[in-house]
Design a protein around this ligand. Sequence first.
Ligand SMILES: Cc1ncc(COP(=O)(O)O)c(C=O)c1O
Length: 448
Amino acid sequence: MSKKQPVVQNAKVITNIPGPQSKQLRAQEDKYLADGLQGFATMSGIVVDKAEGNVVTDVDGNELLDIIGGIGVNGLGHSHPVFVNAMKEQLEQASVGSFTSKARVEFLTKFQEVAPGKLNKVQFYSGGSEAVESAIRLSKDYTGKFEMVSFNGAFHGKTHGTLGLMGSDFKKPYGPFAPGCHQIPYADCYRCPLKMKHPTCSLACVDVAKHQLKNNTSKGVAAIIAEPMQGTAGNIIPPDDFLPAIKNMAEELDALFIADEMICGFGRTGKFWGTSHSGVTPDIMTVGKLFGGGFPVSGLITTEEIAKTKPWGNPSGSSSSYGGNPLASQAANTSLEIIQNENLVENSRIVGKYFLDQLKPFEDKYPFIGLVDGRGLFIRIELVENKATKEPLAKAKCSKLFDTFLQRGLLTMSYAPHFRIQPALILDTGTVDNIVSIMRKVFDNFKH
Ligand SMILES: Cc1ncc(COP(=O)(O)O)c(C=O)c1O
């Protein structure tokens, strides 16, 4: 068996998608599976048979190129052979319980090479929201304060604590939220909330935020939490001076700065951390998604001083049932090993730039593409009704685009006007050419 992922992969479509076998299995499943699955899984209607590298093969034999990448989970490419072997071996060896394993020791030791600043203490969890919940608890313990600041457009999970941090109307049915949650503007310069231009704005959004917090907070802010680049809001990349200004604001408030690196971390944006682009070191970092190479592992990373805080740092104070068990530790350990051995951070930077260079001319070519932006393999396409007004493309038109891509064998997130692209970090330029060729054909024929 090869130890590497395949290159120059392409789509092969042999039926309408979904094909007959997929339809039959989906009908069987739909009787019993609750509604509310991730949109692309429901909309594509496919049943997966196997997946390798950048290609998902359905039960009808269609081979689909995947630029959704499990919305940021798929860093190593599907079923990386080194990962598969390591997990098989670990499963035979030991899998359950919080005891120390060789894999965990190895991971923690190796992690020190990539840890930012003094952030050398890691606690493990199994989902992203769980890690963010833990970061909320820890910052409350450390500062003795309770208010939390997050951003418009923010997404940190769907548990109750993280819902209070959410910057979109998804949360509306679930209030009241934890007291003391505040949202401030994020620097999405394409749709600047103040209708200004960077850098002449001198980050006016941060001034607005300071004013807002001065008047609206009560007993004091425990932490400001930010995605270094916002994923769910549409792969939004703020200017490099934004995060330093936010960190500065946190210091002024005597609050901690939490970077939620769930999507950006481990090379997604072409540097190891999303915060590496602006040189900011957070006090706490939350990680997940490609951290575990596809296995559900998330984590909280902080300094020794902060991690010592009680009661978070008491025995069982920051633990969970699955956090850091031998299987999870092996997943994190092997994922980091592959990222390092195969230079995937650098690959993300280089291939991401190549991909972006192919897509950037689309801004001029197509009337319905308002913006193409990207860092590494984290790419944003804004689909619009009108370039001047930037009105988002109607949902029904996005759905049509999604289905047209699907029929040509490309799995995308084009079902929303904030079209997000985050393929596996093992992507190669030959496969990018094949992806872009499909995108050109679909966009050339799209009547908006
Ligand atoms: C930045 C960020 N934080 C937290 C989460 C929540 O992760 P999970 O879905 O594993 O709970 C997500 C998920 O998309 C995310 O993008």
